[in-house]
Design a binder for this molecule. Structure first.
Ligand code: FES
Ligand SMILES: [Fe+2]
Length: 398
């Protein structure tokens, strides 16, 4: 029984307003339950530019799960469990590809792009291929971003969709293209990476490059007014309350760059052609968004950044960063790829260092939960929601 092996005192020892007790960051049984909990959520799987043509597919992993997202001959996007219905092999092995059928590499069972089994050799009489299609998973496309859940009945997304769609359409993300993609492995529990992502208390000491450009790094300068932007309809939106576990975490938050900066770049000047209407008229605005517990997005006027966190082991997390540019922009002609990635590369490498130092201290016998500052409300909310879910979650494998 999975949940019986969770130390019984662990939840009882959580102190509101403080970081979590040590076991949450180290215990392999907690990690296994975390993966089960995360599988039920919406996770970013890909950008539509990777999935334009019939037969285009991407895979996304969240151990022990893996999903295939594929564009069908009928133009529809579908998500399937990446588990062969013969004896269970992974079907798609690469991160992305294009093929007319999905063929399992083990014994060559072959599936149509809509998941139906089309061919299985030497099967006995009475075998009906109709019984052995790939298993469907929930999928949602919002403003050019494709999300999947690894379990049926993920939390409701609906309430956040209008704010997200407005933001993503304003910055033309549905027609954007991927310019660069980098992965960073962090030797730390995924929750330390997420806690770090949700506060800017560390920005001034750890990220001089970011802090020089973003008002968010300063106390009491977190966001614009609550008034929606009258022209674009953009407004801040938050939905991640710990008492609404039936609703997915969705957040859209507008913020400023410091005066005279147009975008997130080394000199504050634009790096690439404007992205949509927002790109033409929103100098100095940056919009932060989140969907579910592991996926985050930043829209600058001239580029976008997608952040995907993938827990791999109790003390190993992958952070994948994807940079978007306007759909017709070409490297070398319209932007310099190294200049484009500079800010979030230097910031992510610094985050890796500070998160790993955090993990090192949290492993010590001297560690005890410490109090959040006034500049860590996002982290406190994140932790509160996590604890509420952890307490309520019934592991599927228990
Ligand atoms: S496990 Fe896929 S064909 Fe045998
Ligand atoms: Fe950071």
């Amino acid at each position: 029984m999975l949940h019986s092996s969770i130390p019984p005192h662990l939840l009882a020892s959580v102190r509101p307003g403080f970081s979590l007790p040590q076991g949450f960051y180290l215990d392999p049984t907690v990690f296994a339950r975390d993966l089960d909990l995360l599988a039920a959520h919406w996770t970013f799987a890909g950008h539509v530019s990777e999935l334009r043509e019939p037969g285009d597919w991407v895979t996304i992993e969240l151990d022990p799960e893996s999903a295939i997202v594929v564009r069908g001959e009928d133009g529809e996007l579908r998500a399937f469990a990446n588990v062969c219905r013969h004896r269970g092999s992974r079907v798609c092995i690469a991160a992305r590809g294009r093929s007319a059928f999905l063929t399992c590499p083990y014994h060559a069972w072959s599936y149509e792009l809509d998941g139906r089994l089309r061919r299985a050799r030497e099967m006995p009489a009475g075998f009906d291929p109709a019984d052995y299609g790939l298993k469907r998973l929930p999928l949602r496309e919002i403003g050019g971003l494709v999300f999947v859940a690894f379990a049926p009945d993920p939390p409701a997304l609906e309430q956040g969709v209008p704010a997200l769609e407005r933001m993503l359409n304003h910055f033309a993300w549905p027609t954007a293209r991927i310019a660069e993609r980098r992965a960073y492995t962090v030797a730390a529990n995924w929750k330390l990476a997420m806690e770090n992502y949700h506060e800017c208390y560390h920005c001034a000491p750890a990220h001089p490059e970011f802090a020089r450009l973003h008002a968010l790094a300063r106390p009491n300068n977190r966001s614009l007014s609550d008034e929606p932007d009258v022209l674009s309809g953009l407004a801040d939106f938050e939905d991640w309350e710990a008492d609404r576990l039936d609703r997915e975490v969705v957040r859209v938050m507008r913020s400023h760059l410091v005066a005279s900066c147009e975008t997130g770049s080394r000199d504050g000047r634009r790096l690439a052609p404007p992205m949509g209407e927002g790109g033409r008229r929103e100098d100095g605005l940056v919009v932060f968004a989140e969907v579910g517990p592991l996926s985050a997005f930043l829209a600058y006027p001239d580029h976008g950044v997608i952040y995907r966190f993938i827990p791999r082991e109790p003390l190993r997390t992958e952070m994948e960063v994807i940079w978007l540019v306007e759909g017709s922009a070409e490297a070398g002609r319209d932007y310099d790829p190294e200049a484009l990635v500079w800010l979030w590369e230097v910031t992510t490498i610094a985050d890796k260092t500070i998160i790993e130092r955090n993990q090192a201290g949290v492993r010590s016998r001297a560690y005890e939960p410490g109090p959040f500052s006034l500049m860590e409300p996002g982290t406190r909310q994140y932790v509160d929601r996590y604890v509420a879910e952890f307490a309520a979650h019934e592991p599927a494998t228990a």
